[in-house]
Ligand binder design. Structure first.
Ligand SMILES: Cc1cc2nc3c(=O)[nH]c(=O)nc-3n(C[C@H](O)[C@H](O)[C@H](O)COP(=O)(O)O)c2cc1C
Length: 207
């Protein structure tokens, strides 16, 4: 059995509706599970279960020896530990990523603060950082109202590549649905391009 962790963070995921990044990432996962029936999907929806910011109380809990932690501190550490455990256990990671203010949603950024832990998901050596989060394929399914190019106003793909690479996840593919708020034909074109990318990734996954 292989595990697929699906993280979604669209603020439009509510009242029976789904954001585009959520919808398209479900389409990708449907294709992946159709090709590999052993894939077990675990979903974490940040809209349903918010990820608290890693504040100073949280960091204090992490730095307090386990036997000296208060009940509240122990709960904080257990929350972060659970996020790390499900990440490390996954063979495939699928991220639904809306573009908010040229970057990733605050809750996805907050998730990164919880899972980047020295000695657990990365370590520093005299040659630099080494990622310890395991070997896995990552798919980032990105939605944006406008069109953003790498090297320009797109800070989503560069940040995701850098952060994921830092924790050792270097096998990363992106699906991008852009221009969603630029009128009907641009939206249709953005969705079609993204679905073409999904089809190409699914074909490559079968090879
Ligand atoms: C708070 C907020 C900030 C946004 N910022 C951007 C932005 O910087 N660039 C952009 O192209 N679209 C921006 N958008 C539009 C979203 O990227 C677009 O609605 C997209 O479909 C969101 O993904 P989703 O459908 O998966 O929720 C923003 C939307 C919201 C709600």
């Amino acid at each position: 059995m292989r595990k697929l962790l699906h993280l979604t963070s669209s603020l439009f995921d509510a009242h029976g509706k789904q954001g585009v990044s959520t919808q398209l990432s479900h389409e990708l996962i449907a294709g992946l599970t159709a090709a590999d029936a052993s894939l077990q999907v675990q979903a974490r929806d940040f809209a349903q279960t918010p990820i608290p910011y890693l504040d100073n109380a949280w960091l204090g809990a992490l730095f307090t020896p386990a036997e000296e932690r208060s009940e509240e501190q122990a709960q904080k550490v257990a929350f972060s530990d659970a996020l790390i455990a499900e990440l490390k256990a996954a063979d495939v990671l699928v991220l639904g990523v809306p573009t908010y203010n040229f970057s990733v949603p605050a809750m996805l950024r907050s998730w990164a603060d919880h899972v980047a832990r020295a000695g657990v998901t990365f370590k520093y050596t005299d040659k630099g950082a080494v990622g310890l989060a395991g070997t896995k394929k990552v798919y980032g399914v990105i939605a944006s109202g406008g069109i953003h190019e790498e090297g320009g106003s797109d800070h989503v793909r560069p940040w995701l590549r850098t952060f994921l690479g830092f924790i050792g996840l270097t096998d990363v593919e992106f699906v991008v649905a852009g221009g969603l708020n630029m009128g009907e034909s641009a939206r249709a074109e953005g969705l079609q391009k993204a679905r073409n990318q999904i089809a190409a990734l699914l074909a490559a996954a079968k090879e």
